[in-house]
Design a binder for this molecule. Structure first.
Ligand code: FES
Length: 123
């Protein structure tokens, strides 16, 4: 197992309960994928930007992931609400399902995505 870290953005770009920062992910077959990172109660959380109900992106306007209370992530299509800390859907058509969590770390004033692959290291 090889782990790599990819710089996503500076920590200061992800404000508490503010707009999320999106980033591309490797495609999965023919479907394009992207991720996003938000900050909630001081902690960053990253997810694949794909609703657990229907495989569409959550944000209607780019980066707009929180609902009006700023305590839930919301899907703009049918209004599913997710807990920011876990990605678990607590209200809506996919209640009980979860967003796909991404491994993110915040270090030295930057936010990184940790990606794992089973490819052998060239070293
Ligand atoms: S597509 Fe997200 S709630 Fe239906």
């Amino acid at each position: 197992m090889v782990e790599t870290q990819r710089l996503i953005c500076a920590s200061a770009e992800v404000q508490e309960q503010g707009p999320g920062i999106g980033f591309p992910l490797p495609d999965e077959g023919k479907s394009r994928r992207s991720g996003f990172v938000v900050r909630y109660k001081g902690v960053i959380h990253g997810y694949v930007n794909r609703c657990a109900h229907v495989p569409v992106t959550l944000d209607w306007q780019e980066g707009d992931f929180f609902d009006l209370t700023r305590h839930y992530l919301i899907c703009s299509t049918h209004g599913a609400q997710y807990l920011p800390e876990t990605g678990r859907c607590v209200l809506g058509p996919c209640k009980g399902k979860s967003l796909q969590k991404l491994h993110m770390v915040e270090r030295g004033g930057n936010i990184f995505l940790i990606e794992s692959s089973t490819e052998e290291s060239p070293l």
